[in-house]
Write a protein that binds this ligand. Sequence first.
Ligand SMILES: NC(=O)C1=CN([C@@H]2O[C@H](COP(=O)(O)OP(=O)(O)OC[C@H]3O[C@@H](n4cnc5c(N)ncnc54)[C@H](O)[C@@H]3O)[C@@H](O)[C@H]2O)C=CC1
Ligand SMILES: O=C(O)C(=O)COP(=O)(O)O
Length: 532
Amino acid sequence: MTKPKVLISDKMDPNAARIFEERGCDVDIITGETPEELKARIGEYDGLAIRSSTKVTRDILDAATNLKVIGRAGIGVDNVDIAYASSKGVVVMNTPFGNSITTAEHAISLLLAVARQIPQADARTQRGEWPKKDFMGVEVTGKTLGLIGAGNIGAIVASRAQGLRMKVIAYDPFLTADRAMELGVEKVDLGTLLKRADFITLHTPLTDETRNILSRERLEAAKPGVRIVNCARGGLIDEAALKDLLDSGQIAGAALDVFETEPPADDHPLFGTPGFICTPHLGASTTEAQVNVALQVAEQMADYLVNGGVTNALNVPSLSAEEAPRLKPYITLGEKLGSLVGQLEGADVTSLTVEVEGAAAELNITPIASAVLAGLMRTFSDTINMVNAPILAKERGLDVRETRHAREGDYHTLLRVIATTPERRREVAGSLFGDSQARLVEIAGTRIETELEGEMIYIVNEDAPGFIGRLGSTLGEAGVNIGNFHLGRRLPDKHRGGDAVLMLTLDQRPTREVQDAVCALDGVKKVRALSF
Ligand SMILES: NC(=O)C1=CN([C@@H]2O[C@H](COP(=O)(O)OP(=O)(O)OC[C@H]3O[C@@H](n4cnc5c(N)ncnc54)[C@H](O)[C@@H]3O)[C@@H](O)[C@H]2O)C=CC1
Ligand SMILES: O=C(O)C(=O)COP(=O)(O)O
């Protein structure tokens, strides 16, 4: 097997490259490239490891013809077009906890720095001045801190702020009453937060809902003299409004670690504004956090590329490294059964039920269902995989259900796929032999055990003497050699004279003429060439 190839395109702790190599990946580290340079190169890689500098746009994804996974060594993924990556079948993962303490500590540092104007005082003192009378700060003890966003980082900021004896209130529509109680914070609406908070810190991702959450109107509604810290994302605050309100003194101070455009222009209007301090997106920049996120992103990405394990993915369900090898043969079986249904029914399938029985019922069924879908949809689009198949199925209005039967039937493990089209219901079932070999065990209500491999032909005919001889001659005359031959009688008419179902493995794909010749044989009801 060729080694997966990974590109690290942003500055990352060297542990990332080490882990990739130890886990069997080839790795290149090429940072600081322009989008054009990255676009020219990205086609070579199976994995892309990034921080916040690399922008993974549609354009880059279109050029990323081999890409399977994007790993963000950090939390925010607003620099990745996740919807487009999903449609291209690329898994996007992040490291949701690796830098959260560090970022929370940076928010607290900025909160204290803005309260006491430490950077401004430092700069002037180091210039040889002694501006003692110019810097009158405020205490944080007893003050109200308003958190916008109380997820991982917000929660850590809350606990640190409580240690500083601040009262913490939080606006987060997804914060439950129980969690608020656990954190010791008071859940409030945004209007109340703005009215009451002496300090505001932001800890939400940048999304369509949170963009400009501190708009001019809301900043104007904030408590006079408020101090604001943004260690989350530029774009959450209206920077022009912030500048005006700092100038007017209505906002007493602001500390930004992040800007709407990074790096900001040299003459950014906020630079030099009284009460304003900033850092160059340093929230996650500690040795500890960088080691954490580098190790974690490399482990997660290598797991996916080498074993199919999925951890912390934002666009597919998780699949542990322990689960992945157990599921692997079912994924193969699911893809083959899906493909069989797709080849028999084309794009007409309107609903699909994936049933597992026996040993398979103990497994995580969702990835198996995704594999069935991928196999099915790949028969009419070649850019489908397990990541984008469920999304595209939803877009097409294809209804997918999962059913689990713990009981064991004739097979110790069984995967059944039931597809409906406007005309019919198509049911196929497969099992694993020796726990890993995928076999079809039932088609068209007929028990047939065969591998689904290479070129095959599926035939339904009236079961009558002499048919097999005529079929053999027709194929033989056309120079088509039969590798394997499987025959079954359609259930429940297991008596002579019912329909027979044949699955033949051939040494080459039968041409249209050969299929027509088979179709023309007496009693033939259906012929379909299949490829696996
Ligand atoms: N400056 C830096 O270097 C760093 C910045 N960050 C930023 O911090 C953000 C937050 O990180 P975590 O706390 O780990 O994420 P998280 O996902 O644990 O928490 C985000 C919280 O925001 C809340 N939220 C979502 N929409 C909201 C809305 N409309 N209004 C109010 N709250 C809303 C969510 O309910 C959630 O509780 C990241 O998305 C990232 O952009 C993260 C790490 C480093
Ligand atoms: O993890 C995050 O969301 C961050 O913003 C950290 O960004 P960085 O990796 O330092 O470019």
